[in-house]
Design a protein around this ligand. Structure first.
Ligand SMILES: N[C@@H](CCC(=O)N[C@@H](CS)C(=O)NCC(=O)O)C(=O)O
Length: 212
């Protein structure tokens, strides 16, 4: 069985899929598609995913894109640990948190605030402060809701690690590098404690992106 992930190691969604495979101690190939060079809009990548996002994925000729589809497929075909709770309520919580990240959190925390503060600034561009200010309430609401839904934890969907944890971890790893993220985390001790737990896992440590 050969698993191939197409995308840059610095992408949060690529990291999520890598973390699924790392949790399951399954080897894979990572084929670089550099977003910063626009390679995701070139024909070779559009043939894998016409929407031009990463990751794209292949398992022995079975091609997929969309991180939820990829992660759920891997969770179904690979062994322990199961990353989808057996309990229907915990599974619903996991799906709810994945939805919050996909629909609100990623856009606010990464696509807007992190990209402006870290990437645009590092490349000498003009940081769009108005866009950051507009995105901040949604970033904070996403984290407030995830912390509330997590309850006593210790993992986001309950007693065991699940895809919900792998959805948020790469996003927070970046968001806490910028002042808005550091402030949000300082106000959320429950999430800060959770981040220490996920950060200690080999799946997190083995996928730390090389930046710069
Ligand atoms: N719905 C997609 C979203 C993936 C996504 O937004 N990936 C980002 C990188 S983390 C990307 O491809 N950005 C480039 C772009 O949108 O042009 C999924 O779940 O895989």
């Amino acid at each position: 069985m050969t698993f191939t992930i197409y995308g840059p190691g610095y992408s949060t969604y690529v990291r999520t899929v890598r973390m699924v495979l790392e949790e399951k101690a399954t080897p894979y190939d990572l084929v670089e598609v550099d977003l910063l060079k626009g390679e995701h809009r070139e024909p070779a990548h559009l043939a894998r995913n016409p929407f031009g996002t990463v990751p794209a994925f292949d398992h022995d000729g079975f091609a997929l894109y969309e991180s939820r589809a990829i992660a759920t497929y891997l969770d179904r075909i690979l062994g322990e640990p199961r990353l989808t709770p057996a309990d229907p309520k915990a599974e619903a919580r996991m799906l709810q948190i994945q939805g919050i990240v996909d629909s609100y959190g990623y856009d606010a925390m990464i696509r807007t605030i992190f990209i402006q503060r870290a990437i645009v600034a590092a490349r000498g561009g003009t940081v769009d402060e108005a866009a950051i200010a507009a995105a901040r309430p949604k970033a904070e609401l996403s984290l407030a809701e995830i912390e509330r839904l997590m309850g006593a934890g210790p993992w986001l969907a309950g007693a065991a690690i699940s895809l919900a944890d792998l959805w948020l971890a790469p996003v927070l790893a970046y968001f806490r590098m910028v002042p808005e993220g550091r402030a949000a985390m300082a106000a959320r001790p429950g999430l800060a404690g959770w981040f220490e737990r996920i950060e200690a896992r080999p799946s997190f440590q083995r996928t730390v992106p090389r930046l710069g």
